[in-house]
Design a protein around this ligand. Structure first.
Ligand code: C2E
Ligand code: CA
Ligand code: CA
Length: 398
């Protein structure tokens, strides 16, 4: 006998009674209690009164569309595992799924009608995430924003460090390099993630000092493989850093001090609307290239006028945005986009890296379509220097 607190409850919202009944029968076979309705109001009421552990929401309803229902679920703080069902095409399902995730729902998958018993059973046995993916601990967890004064203080005290995330070859799985990611440590050992302070640093002009501190730390604390195997390091460069004319020379000096060849260093630049003064940008990027550094266009596919920038600017690498890579195993659209970007990059003679590789399927797919390098939680998370230095070949074969 199962404990009542372990009992799983499935609530289905679908206007086709046959579909709803079939889903419920299948779930009962997997020891779920079930209820279904075709009325969105009744459905929302049952969320409160019956507290289902799992819900299926049909996107197409005569009285209310599924997206609206999902928005209401998110506003109610619904913690159930959410499955989205529809007879509509993959692209519509994909965007509804993205919206559900971005609204903070515990989205576990989509069901494309007509669906198979196996696909539904697989979803019902999926582990429900118990916490948000990007975990920040203790005091950093309570922080939703930082002030300019706090940032200036931290810079004054030189607290910034870098963590290192491995990049591997998609051809043979060998370590290809590390991306250096800024971290702001607090006294209790927790870390403020860069999403909470990079744009503030950019808006306030503190990014110039911040980049110097992070790069200085990274260069002085590189994982040993950078020296012993000559692997690359990638540094994130804000477009605002490009306005600092002395920066390429400063970085060259840092390389010399730390015995790193500029050709081992890749500067990852994200395109933004601030790239609106093409000549200055072109000159500064070219200065880095002349000094021997490599340049990567970061988050490719979601930025501004990507194709124009790619053709005109002296990039040597293209980094596919994680939004497409994370969903490549489940979305045909993402597979097509990733394949197209890899082909585009290759035809322009660029190295192509995919980031956001969260499962073995994605890594294998990237290998098959000829992507050069891969980075992501499936391979390794960002780590402090000792862990990065001890990191060895992944325990899987590509
Ligand atoms: P980014 O350059 O796109 O860096 C990748 C981010 O994705 C990192 O987050 C990394 O931890 C995370 N990530 C890597 N693999 C996966 C994966 O498989 N799944 C998921 N969900 N996430 C993954 P992080 O360290 O929080 O950095 C966030 C952003 O902050 C960076 O995005 C970059 O834009 C910015 N940033 C970080 N360090 C610096 C820096 O020194 N200077 C500048 N200007 N920006 C920085
Ligand atoms: Ca990056
Ligand atoms: Ca990126």
């Amino acid at each position: 006998m199962q404990n009542t607190t372990d009992l799983k409850r499935l609530l289905v919202l679908d206007d086709e009674p046959d579909v709803a009944t079939t889903l419920c029968l299948m779930a009962e076979g997997a020891f779920f209690e079930t209820q279904h309705t075709s009325d969105a109001e009744v459905f929302l009421e049952k969320i409160d009164t019956w507290s289902p552990t799992h819900v299926v929401v049909d996107l197409q309803m005569p009285d209310r569309d599924g997206v609206e229902v999902l928005q209401t679920l998110a506003k109610m703080g619904c913690g159930a595992a959410v499955i989205i069902a529809s007879g509509l095409g993959g692209r519509i399902l994909d965007s509804a799924a993205r919206a559900a995730k971005e609204n903070g729902l515990q989205f576990i998958g989509t069901l494309s009608k007509p669906f198979s018993r196996a696909a539904f059973r697989a979803l019902l046995t999926t582990d429900v995430p118990t916490s948000l993916p990007r975990k920040v601990t203790s005091s950093a967890a309570n922080l939703s924003s930082v002030t300019e004064e706090q940032l200036a203080d931290a810079l004054h005290n030189q607290v910034f460090v870098a963590h290192f995330q491995p990049k591997i070859s998609c051809t043979n799985g060998a370590l290809a390099g590390f991306e250096c990611l800024a971290r702001w440590p607090l006294k209790d050992g927790s870390m403020i993630p860069p999403d909470l302070f990079i744009s503030l640093a950019e808006q306030t002009g503190l990014i110039h000092e911040l980049s110097r501190q992070v790069y200085h730390f990274a260069m002085a604390n590189l994982p040993q493989q950078v020296h012993s195997q000559g692997v690359k390091i990638a540094l994130n460069l804000s477009p605002i850093n490009l306005k600092d004319e002395g920066f390429p020379r400063w970085l060259l000096e840092k390389c010399e001090e730390n015995d790193v060849a500029p050709s081992q260093v890749i500067l990852e630049v994200t395109e933004t609307a601030s790239m609106d003064s093409p000549l200055a940008l072109l000159e500064n990027l070219t200065q880095f290239r002349i000094k021997g550094f490599q340049l990567s266009i970061d988050d490719f596919g979601v930025g501004y006028s990507s194709l124009v920038q790619l053709a005109r600017l002296p990039f040597s690498e293209l980094k596919i945005d994680q939004m497409f890579v994370k969903t490549v195993a489940t979305s045909k659209e993402s597979q097509k986009i990733v394949t197209a970007i890899v082909n585009l990059g290759k035809s322009l003679g660029l190295d192509v890296t995919a980031e956001g590789v969260e499962d073995p399927w994605a890594l294998n797919f990237l290998h098959e379509i000829g992507c050069d390098e891969a980075q992501g939680y499936f391979i390794a998370r960002p780590m402090a220097t000792p862990a990065a230095s001890a990191w060895t070949q992944p325990p899987f074969e590509v």
